[in-house]
Unconditional design. Structure first.
Length: 112
């Protein structure tokens, strides 16, 4: 299994969401009933880099192109916990800045 590349850690505004879907049914009486849709939840992360060097961006782009649609190992930059994850969506977004830097954003989620 591939491992997320060793590039500069994402910026401090690392977005993290725990998601465990449920099925909800509303009755005519106004009552609702729900149950879990899945037995395991997933964690989603929004990874953002401010002023990532062009060299690190190219490393990330190469990794993204090779691993989109598959799973890989990623280590959380704060907790140091390793997760098996996949990319969410088909896009690696970047904004070109001056002097060989980019603002970059990708989204990943844990794989149960």
């Amino acid at each position: 299994m591939a491992t997320f590349p060793s590039i500069r850690a994402p910026s401090r505004d690392l977005g993290e969401t725990y998601r465990k879907p449920q099925i909800r049914k509303e009755f005519e009486s106004g009552h609702t009933q729900s149950r879990p849709r899945a037995t395991v939840g997933v964690i989603r992360w929004s990874l953002k880099w401010k002023a990532l060097s062009e060299a690190d961006y190219q490393t990330l782009l190469t990794f993204f192109a090779a691993n989109v649609g598959g799973t890989f190992t990623w280590t959380h930059p704060i907790s140091s916990t390793s997760y098996t994850v996949e990319f969410i969506g088909d896009d690696l977004n970047s904004q070109v800045l001056i002097n060989g830097y980019r603002d970059v954003e990708i989204n990943i989620q844990s794989v149960p």
